[in-house]
Ligand binder design. Sequence first.
Ligand code: MG
Length: 351
Amino acid sequence: MTLQHTVQLNNGLSISYGVRKLELKHKWTIARGFADFKDNVFINVEKDGITGFGEAAPNIRYDETPDSTIEFIKKALPVFEKFDLRNYYDLTLAIQNIATQETAAKCALDIAIMDWITKSKGIAFHQYLGLNKNKAPVTTFSIGIDTPDLIKQKIAEAAEFPVYKIKLGSENDEKIIKTVRSVTDKPIRVDANEGWKSKEEALEKIKWLQTQNVEFIEQPMPADMLEESEWLRQHCEVPIIADESVKTTSDIVQLAKCFDGINIKLMKAGGVQEALRMIWLAKALDMKIMLGCMVESSVAISAAASLSPLVDYADLDGNLLIKNDPFSGVKTQTGKLVLNDEPGFGVAPRF
Ligand code: MG
């Protein structure tokens, strides 16, 4: 894949980066907005004939844009001259310290570095961690907010998946669930994306959802409503999972009494290394762990899927929502994530 910019560094490293437009199969609508496409930033890190692939899915919810992502990558270039790729701990720590935000950009660099490292060792990343790929969970298939006819069509298109994630958080919540239930009795997971604005509204919605074979509720209320989340958790039976309330390891301890689990996304964490630290801490706190995603190609989805044997739930369908995925990588078989044993994250450019 040709990327717009290439920089040759003094230590023999070549770094290419650029924006690729990912076109969505369906307009993607959640509680806070909609999109027909996403501009993600791709990066190649090349040395000794080995190329590590990385991807950023900048998210305006976290004040990120493709431009701010590229600005961050430019600031990271001198750091790549200072540290050897094989000294990836110090390299990525120095990259993390460039700025507090821009986790999608950090993620792109971290994925590319770890893809390169494991390729240089000739093993798949999940093998590098000593994981059993057969323990990879099923992924949900996400159904965005839509008209009843399109919701039915999307569920028919995703018939192979044993569990769906349904986006709620608008005034049409009950109508959406009734539409889903008119065509399937499979279990569902609900994501309100901060859409319910009070604990009373959230409790009322959840009490009804508990009668609808719902496995858990993700981020019912705005990210900073932690006291209300603690109250809500005490008043309902279905598990409550934090998404927008958690980005990195340092957020987790204060959430342990407010939520039953956390949704870890590589783009929020800043890469696979920070995601791993989050997994270990959440396990120590006896919290459920979900691996989620943004709208991403097979690069970032395969990187996340490499960690999935460690977690309880996966929502790694971003690559399935787009029609021009520039890469191939992890597959699904009746919803179960199927990791390959190719070195690195097992991704290859399609064109
Ligand atoms: Mg979510």
